[in-house]
Design a protein around this ligand. Sequence first.
Ligand code: NDP
Length: 516
Amino acid sequence: MDTHRKFLKLETGATPVRLIALGFTSDGRQLLTRGGKGFHGSGVFFRPASDFFTSLASCISMAAVASPTVLNPKTTHYEWLGPPGAAFIVTSLPLVVLGFNAICDATSCSMLDAAAILSRVPDTLRSSLAHLPLAIGIEVAWLVFHCVLYLLPIGKRVKGTVLRNGKALTYNINGLHAFVLCHVLAVLLHFVFRPVLLFGEPFDLSQIADLFAPLAVAALLLSIVGSVILYVASYRSSKVLLALGGNSGSPVYDFWVGRELNPRIGQLDLKFMCELRPGLIGWSLLNWAFVASAYNNGNLTLPLVLVAGFQFWYVLDALIGEAGNLTMMDIVHDGFGFMLCFGDHAWVPFLYSLQAKCLSVVRQSHPVQIRGSAPLLSQLVGQLDLYTGVCIALHVVGYIVFRGANTQKDTFRRDPSDPAVAKLKIMKTSAGKSLIISGYWGICRHPNYVGDWLMTLAWSMLAGGYVIPFFQPVYFAILLIHRQLRDEGQMLEKYGAEDWKRYCSHVPYRLIPYVY
Ligand code: NDP
C-alpha cells in the first residue's frame, strides 16, 4: 500500500508528549491518528530539545495546511459504480418499496401480479393519499418519540471509536429500554386501554396494518426530505467531519453514501439513533400488527406467529448488543445520507415485514379457529409439522452461528485473554492487532453474515410456497456479499497486503467453505 504519512510524535525527556499524528493513504481513503481503536501507524520521531521547536512549528503549519483538506480529504475512489450507479440506486430503491407494496397489498401477495405492477403502483399511491397526512403525522411522531427516548438519562453512556480528529464521541445506549417500552405500550394500547386514536374506533394493532401503504409512502417521503436536509447541513462549516467515502464533490454520489460522518443535534446522534431504533422496532411492531390483523380475519397460523416471534427476537438481540454496533462499518465509516436514512426508515420496516404481511394476507388453508373450543396456543402448537420444524431448525442454526461468531469476535476484541476466547488460534499482524483464525472465524472470513442470511432464509421458507417473501434472502445475499467485499477492502488497508495475504491463506473462504 502506498502510504503517505505525516506522523508526528514529540518526546520531551521521559514523558512523551503526543501532539498530533495524522496520515493518509495516497487515495485519501484512510487517515491514521494517534493510538486508539481502529488506527495504526508508525512515524517519524522527533527527539527532544533541539527538534522540539522545529517539530512544534511543523506541527502547527501542518495543522494549518491540514485543515480542512487533510481532515476531510476528497473521495477519489468510487463504490456503487460511481455517480451513475448512485443516481440509479437512489431512484430505483423507492420504486422497489412501492412495487412490493403494490403487488403485496391487503388482498393478495403474488408474483403473478407483478405483470400489472405499472398500473398497481399508481393505484397504491392514489389510495394512500387519503391517509397520507395521518401517516406522515405518525411517522414524525414516531421519530420524535425515539429522539426523546434516546436523550433520556437512562442506560449506559459509552464512548465510540476514536475519530480521525482524535476525539471519541459518547453515545447513549438505551435502545433496549426503547424496545421494551414500545412493545409494552403496544400491548397496553391493544389489550387494555384501547383509546380511540385511529378511524374513530377503539385502538387495535391491526389498524397499523391497515395503514401500511400510507405509512410506507410517508416513510419514503420523510427519508428523502431527511437526507436532503442532512446533505445540505453537512456544508454548514468546514470543520464538519465528513465520511471518507462521501466527499467526492458529486452531489448525487455524496447524497447517496452520506456526507457527514456523525451529524448531531446536541447529544442526539442522528445516525446511531436511527440505526437500530425507529426502523427495527417499527419492523417488529408492524409484524405484530399483521398478527393482529390475521387474528381478526380468522387467518392466524403458526408460521405467522413464528415469523413475528423470530424477528422480534432478532431485533431484541440487536438492541441487547447495541453498544457493539459502535464498531460497525455504518457507524465508523459511512456518512449519514440517503443510504442509511432510507434504509433505516423505509427499507427495513416496510420490506423486512414482507413475510408477515404475506402470511397475514394470503388466505391460509388451516388457520386457527379463533372461536373454536381448543385454546389458541394448543391450536398453534398443533400446526407444527415436519416442514415447519425444518424452518425452525434452520433459524436456530442461523442464530447460533450469527450470535456465536459475533460474540466470539466482540469478546476477543474487548479482552483477548477472556477464557471464552483465550484458546482460539490467532494471527498477529504488524498493525498491532491480531485476527482470529480458528473457531467460527476459521471456517470463513464472515461467519456472522452466513448465520444472519440463514435466518432470513428460514423466515421466508415459513411463508410456504410464496415467492415474494424470498425477496429478503435474495436482496440480503447481495447486500452481505457487497458488505463483505467492502469490509475486506478496508481490512486490506488496515492490515496491509502482506498480512492480509497471510490471513487469507489461514482462512481461504469468504463466506461458504469450498464454494466462495
Ligand atoms: P463485522 O461485525 O463482521 O465486522 C467486520 C470487522 O470485524 C472487520 O473490519 C474487522 O475489524 C473485524 N474482523 C474481521 N475478521 C476478524 C477476525 N478474523 N478476527 C478479529 N476481528 C475480525 O461486520 P459488520 O459490522 O458489517 O456487521 C455486524 C453484524 O450486523 C453482522 O452480524 C451482520 O450480519 C449484521 N448486519 C445486519 C444487517 C441487516 O440488515 N439485518 C445489515 C448489516 C449488517 P477490526 O479488525 O478493525 O476489529
